[in-house]
Design a binder for this molecule. Structure first.
Ligand code: ZN
Length: 719
């Protein structure tokens, strides 16, 4: 499209990736109209309505909200309906945590100055969803973040986990990993608390004086084993429609193996104080004014939880605007509407920004605009327990979406700050161009320039220049919001975008994530809600209106080359580390370093990684780079058909990851032991991390085949 570029330059207008020179001006003028119709005051009004009462999946107010949004979409000219699914959603019947005569409060009281975040009989109390029922008694052990390497440290201190209740702090991994790893080590119960160092007065003034978590604030959340599969635990891999066959509760492998309960740091203090035994390592110590010992405690802790194992209705609001030229190509835009309690930030800050986009686009239609491709707005239900609404919708419509979906654009919580972009690497160039054209409301530079400035300031000295001059890298998608099934199960190019980093505080999954809290601390005036709408609307409009879909593969090729280098480096560093550590163990050096008055257990020597054959992937990465460059040359003279570009992300699907075949993408997946955190080339990387050498080489072949399928598509299109 060089000719388009030259024409655009001559006319002194910026080129738009995917648009012929003749259509750029029209597109930009429609976008300018959208900007002028976006109004944070609309968003504030909808936020007030949507957060007036607790609205978790299946709740009375959740239905009122769904119907409210349905009417909005319809009033803006959309063909909208509520699509219902029937999902397992346990809610607490009994919650008890005691030690001797002490009993945990487990309660977030009303703060008089915030009527929008008050305690309510409709509110779900502090609990972790998809914990099993349990009634356990045992000594307490502190496990830091409760990730696998923390248990190596405990073992080195001679601490036995079997039969114990563990207490882990939030952070370091997705919460569902903590009970999973604890159970794998023989624990009988798991308590997760918010430590004030990471999430409280260690960060700033606490609510209501400041925006940070106070001593009563807790974090609800799902603990399902979502890295196995997300969605309804009883309908793995298919839609939870009314008549769908359900598996038995006892066969639902994504439920925890041990009971789990989240608590505030107010409740955690006496528990941490009760720990005896060796001091925890310095980087394990949190912000409570007590010494952090590893344990065990001398007194037994009693943990009892029981749940109502109900099936409830999830209500997705789906609103369509048909495309004029390609009605069977869908640009899908989604944000969830269910919350743990009031959820003003999570998820309503993103929901109202998306509604504002829908309203603005509806307005354009009245002025004569028609998108070339169909736009589908999705207000998802049941995201919080396990991406239920989006996953069940995708699984129900998998064949149709595999055919029609161009891309999925996700948002969720939003606040003041910098633009954050994650997604399919084929959309990196496109997204850079979008954020180039959005202005930051406070500094009046583009949000791209702001993001680059921050990246450059934080970059290593040798990389500062590149951070300023090059495109910003978009992150790979792990899990944690509704994009997961689109990219990882269906191979639909997905994007997650939002603003953040300058909101003052966090009330994540607390009752105090309220309207007043958002307006005082997270995004006063919802100014960044407005910016998110401008960004989201541009992404959707450009994808829907482009003459040629703005997918591009040289960025992708470069990025996967980086992932491959990481794999080689991982293998090398594991080999070196294992060799050195084994030597220290075997020649007695390690034991000589121990303090003889303390318990120390030397680890056993591990097998040294063999030299793995990564050649299939190296060849595939090299071929992809060539194919991507050749396609860009070809595009200068002729456009690539949509059908070819839509197929590219699907090509990256494989047969499914070992032990979790629902995850089919060969380049990105949430980590089996990180949860939300992404693993790139997950099949290969996790096999290396788990020292499964044969599997690592098998997975190398599978990942290489996926890249080769993509290369074949690009090569064919370049001929
Ligand atoms: Zn959310």
């Amino acid at each position: 499209m060089v000719w388009a570029f030259i024409v655009a330059a001559l006319l002194d207008q910026k080129p738009l990736f995917g648009f012929n020179a003749s259509s750029v001006q029209t597109e930009l003028s429609w976008e300018a109209r959208v900007d002028s119709s976006i109004d944070p005051r609309d968003q504030a009004q909808w936020m007030r309505t949507l957060t007036a009462r607790p609205h978790h999946v299946g709740s009375a107010y959740g239905l009122i909200n769904a119907e409210f949004m349905l009417k909005l979409y319809q009033s803006w000219g959309y063909d909208a309906q509520i699509e219902r699914f029937y999902v397992l959603f346990p809610t607490p019947k009994t919650r008890l945590l005691e030690m001797g005569s002490w009993r945990a409060k487990l309660f977030e009281p009303t703060i008089p100055s915030d009527p929008t975040g008050k305690a309510s009989s409709e509110a779900l109390p502090l609990y972790n969803c998809y914990s099993i029922d349990g009634d356990v008694k045992g000594k307490l052990v502190y496990v830091n973040y409760g990730v696998p390497k923390d248990y190596d440290t405990l073992e080195a201190h001679g601490i036995d986990i079997k039969g114990k209740i563990v207490i882990a702090r939030y952070g370091g991994s997705w919460r569902g990993i903590k009970p999973k790893v604890a159970a794998e080590h023989g624990a009988i119960g798991c308590i997760i608390y918010s430590d004030p160092r990471d999430d409280g007065y260690g960060q700033g003034d606490v609510y209501p004086k400041g925006g940070w978590r106070n001593e009563d604030g807790g974090q609800r959340g799902s603990v399902a084993d979502m890295p196995i599969y997300p969605g309804d635990p009883l309908t793995p891999g298919y839609g939870a429609t009314k008549d769908a066959k359900r598996i038995a509760l006892k066969d639902a492998i994504t439920l925890t193996k041990i009971p789990v309960l989240p608590i505030s740091y107010g409740d955690a203090k006496p528990l941490i104080e009760s720990l005896q035994g060796p001091m925890a390592p310095p980087d394990w110590r949190g912000g409570l004014p007590v010494p952090y010992h590893l344990g065990p405690s001398t007194t037994d802790v009693h943990l009892k939880v029981a749940f109502n194992w109900d099936t409830v209705e999830a209500r997705d609001v789906i609103a369509k605007l048909p495309g004029s030229q390609y009605p069977d190509e869908w640009v899908i835009r989604g944000n969830h509407h269910d919350a743990w309690v009031y959820g003003a930030q999570d998820p309503i800050s993103g929901q109202v920004a998306m509604l504002n986009e829908a309203k603005a686009l509806g307005g354009l239609v009245k002025d004569g605009w028609r998108p070339k491709r169909t736009i589908v707005f999705c207000s998802w239900d049941g995201e919080e327990p396990g991406l239920l609404g989006s996953t069940e919708w995708l699984e129900t419509h998998l064949d149709e979406l595999t055919q029609k979906a161009v891309a999925y654009v996700n948002t969720d919580s939003n606040s003041r700050g910098f633009v954050g972009l994650e997604g399919a690497h084929s959309l990196e160039r496109f997204l850079n161009e979008v954020v180039r054209d959005v202005q930051d409301p406070e500094t009046k530079v583009s949000v791209l320039e702001r993001a680059k400035a921050r990246a450059a300031v934080n970059a290593a000295p040798a990389e500062k220049e590149a951070a300023l001059t090059g495109d910003i890298k978009i992150g790979a998608l792990g899990s944690g919001s509704d994009y997961s099934s689109f990219i990882q199960h269906a191979g639909i190019a997905a994007i997650d975008l939002g603003y953040g980093g300058e909101g003052d505080g966090s009330q994540y999954h607390s009752t105090y994530d309220s309207y007043d809290w958002v307006m005082r601390f997270s995004d006063p005036g919802l100014v960044y809600g407005g910016v998110l709408s401008e960004t989201g609307a541009r992404v959707v409009m450009r994808l829907a209106d482009a003459d040629e879909l703005p997918f591009e593969f040289t960025h992708l090729a470069k990025t996967v080359e980086g992932y491959l280098k990481e794999l080689s480096a991982l293998e090398d560093s594991m080999r070196l580390e294992t060799q050195e550590q084994n030597k220290l163990i075997e020649d007695g050096t390690l034991s000589k370093s121990f303090d003889p008055t303390k318990t120390n257990v030397a680890p056993k020597p591990k097998d040294v990684p063999p030299f793995l054959n990564l050649a299939p992937l190296q060849n595939a990465v090299a071929r992809l780079a060539k194919a991507a460059n050749a396609l860009e040359v070809k595009r200068k003279s002729s456009a690539v058909p949509d059908s070819v570009l839509i197929a590219t992300e699907r090509a990256l699907l494989g047969p499914g990851l070992p032990g979790r075949p629902w995850y089919r993408h060969t380049v990105v997946a949430p980590g089996l032991y990180t949860g939300y955190g992404v693993k790139t080339f997950p099949g290969v990387r996790e096999a290396i991390e788990q020292r499964h050498w044969k599997e690592a080489e098998d997975q190398t072949v599978i990942a290489a085949a996926a890249l080769d399928r993509l290369s074949s598509i690009l090569e064919k299109a370049s001929q």
